[in-house]
Design a protein around this ligand. Structure first.
Ligand code: PLP
Length: 396
């Protein structure tokens, strides 16, 4: 049976040219990039070039950009690092101040939410911004909650379950306006889902910290990056200690193959972004039209067609009133179509989606909602085959 993959928001297939770029670093160029001999230098050259090209793809300054990219083992780690380092820096700078405040949105990825909750247990004040029915953060609530003790605001560019795109530039202006000439609050944004379809240049968005992941953009799993604006931290504030790799930010021997693959994936995604955005949105629209024909009771949880809202082009989140999401995931999979009930993380923990809950949907709707996410290898033929599968399973 030919299988169809409609779960690109969970992870993406590795691009063949990314694999080709990585291959030499598994075998011939196996050296430790910290070694002075030629084996080490070959690995270091690959990492250095990747760091430089990723900085360029993000539109960073040619002189400072190189040191602003910190490679990590995942976006989860980059998000942990961003939140924990800022909390520490705030405490170092303000030893006598009130407890630091951290502001996040209610629909952040678990790697932000759970890190924030852990920091709250350690004495940080946590403020969670509500969102509207489409997932847009309440900017008034943000304004009203910016205080002298706010260390960090962390709001993702685009959501992984419903695809809502936040007005990051507007948010950074609010923060900048409040901050004036002071150092805090800093602004962090998770660009993991956005990078494939949106320009995520930290300079243009005016963010201080930005998280990226390779495996959501047809790169390898096990590598992420944190952009850290130069000058915001006078010294590195790692969460993993040891040999001082990554300018002291993240100890542990780097994996050149993954980092070189990450570079290739970033360059490819940036090069085809505008075309892909249009192509994938067309496929999403086609899938939704087919689904509505087959099962008219289907309701969008992310109404991408409504005016004044912006969503990623590749995510459809749909409520199926007569079914449980779990039942449909299994039936669709047995018939050859892979989709998901919310994020891969909530599926693993068998938890209801906190994102749909934040939109105000009741538990029965959440338990009957599925996420379809499309991407680089999705074709209109696959959309048609997917429709055929749904026709065989859903009652009209
Ligand atoms: N942030 C967002 C928005 C995500 O969608 C994900 C993955 O699902 C992550 C962070 C975590 O990425 P990683 O798997 O690289 O840890």
């Amino acid at each position: 049976m030919k299988r169809i993959y409609f779960d690109y928001a969970a992870t993406t297939p590795l691009d063949s040219s990314v694999l080709r770029a990585m291959n030499p670093y598994f075998k011939e160029k196996f050296g430790n990039d910290g070694s002075l001999h030629s084996f080490g230098q070959a690995a270091l050259a690959g990492i250095d070039a990747a760091r430089e090209k990723i900085a360029t793809a993000l539109g960073l300054d040619i002189l400072t950009g190189f040191r602003e990219i910190i490679f990590t083992g995942s976006a989860t780690e980059a998000n942990n690092l961003a939140l924990r380092a800022t909390a520490r820096e705030f405490r170092i700078r303000n030893p006598k101040s009130e407890i630091p405040r951290l502001i996040i949105s209610a629909i952040e990825h678990e790697s932000i939410l759970e890190t924030a909750r852990d920091l709250e247990k350690k004495g940080i004040e946590l403020v969670i911004l509500p969102v509207d029915k489409k997932g847009h953060v309440d900017l008034k609530y943000l304004k009203n909650n910016l205080t002298e003790n706010t260390a960090l605001v962390s709001i993702m560019i685009a959501n992984n379950e419903i695809g809502t795109i936040q007005p990051i530039k507007e948010i950074s202006l609010i923060i900048k306006d409040f901050r004036g000439s002071k150092k805090f609050p800093l602004f962090h944004s998770d660009a993991v889902q956005a990078f494939q379809y949106l320009d995520c240049s930290p300079e243009k968005l005016d963010v201080d910290l930005l998280t990226l992941s390779a495996h959501k953009i047809c790169g390898p799993k096990g590598v992420g990056a944190l952009y850290v604006r130069s000058g915001i931290f006078p010294k590195s504030l790692p969460i993993i200690f040891g040999g001082g790799q990554e300018f002291g930010w993240r100890s542990g021997t780097e994996n050149p193959a993954l980092i070189v693959g990450f570079r290739k994936a970033i360059e490819m995604a940036a090069a085809i972004r505008e075309k892909e955005k249009i192509r994938v949105a067309g496929l999403r629209n086609m899938f939704w039209r087919e689904l509505k024909k087959i099962y008219p009771a289907a309701v969008l949880n992310n109404d991408f067609s409504s005016k004044g809202n912006s969503f990623l082009p590749n995510v459809l989140n749909v409520y199926f009133p007569d079914y449980s999401a779990e039942e449909l995931v299994i039936k669709f999979d047995l018939a050859g179509m892979a989709v998901s009930a919310g994020s891969a993380c909530s599926a693993r923990a068998a938890k209801d989606s906190h994102v749909l809950a934040a939109l105000g949907w009741p538990a029965n709707r959440i338990k009957s909602s599925l996420r379809f996410s499309f991407g680089r290898l999705t074709t209109s033929q696959e959309i048609k085959e997917g429709a055929k599968i749904m026709k065989g399973i859903l009652k009209s």
